[in-house]
Design a protein around this ligand. Structure first.
Ligand SMILES: C[S@@+](CC[C@H](N)C(=O)[O-])C[C@H]1O[C@@H](n2cnc3c(N)ncnc32)[C@H](O)[C@@H]1O
Length: 276
């Protein structure tokens, strides 16, 4: 028997909260949440009900809602995501805001570990940056990043490989570079104890050496480019602030470091004006 929107929402309410049930129902119905709320008595066809109930089951097992709907809002923009990409986080918006405060159309943007492409796409949608590159070790993540760049109508060259490796020849010929990176920075312990992230790719979250392994490698790669004007923006875990600052000072003795805090007043983004 066909059920109404109200009946379906009540059914889901046993397993997940009403707000999420509304998101999932609007997703399968391909209607806005406002439509769902203002049409409680409309009867839903059986196929839609079946699809919705399947999603409710998955959500009650802990699968993030963004993986069930296939998209997530970031910096006011809609991004496609899937199980190969990290779900963009509000904390990363601090990094984007920090870059937008400095970057001009003379700078070349390079995003490392781009995932869904949310960082460079959000920057390009808000500033006229003419040249942008992005890398990721994951081919499958880059497919989604490409799809997002197309849907937002921005031009970014996506390259597969580790950190700056795919860009070594390109960087030799450019100057005034802005490097952004939200690389994996959690420790194994942090990953194991955080239940909410178990469905996201571990390779997008965890790094060796207290979570700093990839940032250290990236800093050493940057070090090989002498006489370049480079400004780097890294998202970090607040607990790493002191260690990464020491690391940067060791590798670039004359660099200038600035730290941006997140909304909870924790250190979240480190800005490095690199003097090589
Ligand atoms: C924390 S996620 C961030 C994704 C995206 N930038 C964001 O903010 O949502 C880290 C990303 O780095 C990528 N990654 C991991 N190791 C890498 C490496 N050695 N070189 C380039 N990318 C790497 C992962 O595949 C993942 O997409």
């Amino acid at each position: 028997m066909r059920q109404t929107i109200t009946q379906l929402l009540q059914h889901a309410n046993k397993d997940i909260d009403i707000y999420e049930a509304e998101i999932l129902l609007s997703h399968v119905l391909k209607k806005t949440k406002e439509y769902i709320i203002s049409n409680p008595k409309i009867k839903v066809n059986l196929f839609v009900s079946y699809k919705y109930k399947k999603l409710i089951k998955k959500r009650s097992k802990g699968i993030p809602i963004a993986y069930l709907t296939g998209h997530k809002e970031f910096f006011g923009l809609n991004f496609f995501i899937n199980k190969y990409t990290l779900i963009p986080r509000p904390d990363t918006e601090i990094l984007v805001e920090s870059v937008l405060n400095y970057i001009t159309n003379k700078n070349i943007l390079i995003d490392i570990g781009t995932g869904s492409g949310c960082i460079p796409i959000s920057i390009l949608k808000n500033k006229k940056v003419t040249t942008a590159y992005a890398t990721d070790i994951s081919k499958k993540a880059l497919k989604i990043a490409n799809k997002n760049a197309h849907s937002h109508n921005v031009k970014i060259t996506f390259l597969q490989g580790s950190l700056l490796e795919p860009l070594i020849d390109i960087i030799k010929n450019i100057d005034d570079i802005y490097i952004t990176a939200n690389l994996p920075y959690l420790t194994e312990e942090q990953f194991k104890t955080e239940k909410s992230i178990q469905y996201e790719p571990k390779s997008a979250l965890v790094a060796k050496n207290n979570g700093l392994d990839l940032y250290e490698k990236l800093l050493h790669q940057i070090k090989t480019f002498s006489n370049k004007t480079i400004t780097a923006f890294f998202e970090i875990d607040p607990s790493q602030s002191k260690n990464i600052t020491n690391l940067i000072k060791k590798i670039f003795t004359k660099s200038k470091i600035e730290i941006k805090k997140d909304l909870s007043n924790y250190d979240r983004v480190i800005i490095i004006k690199i003097v090589n």
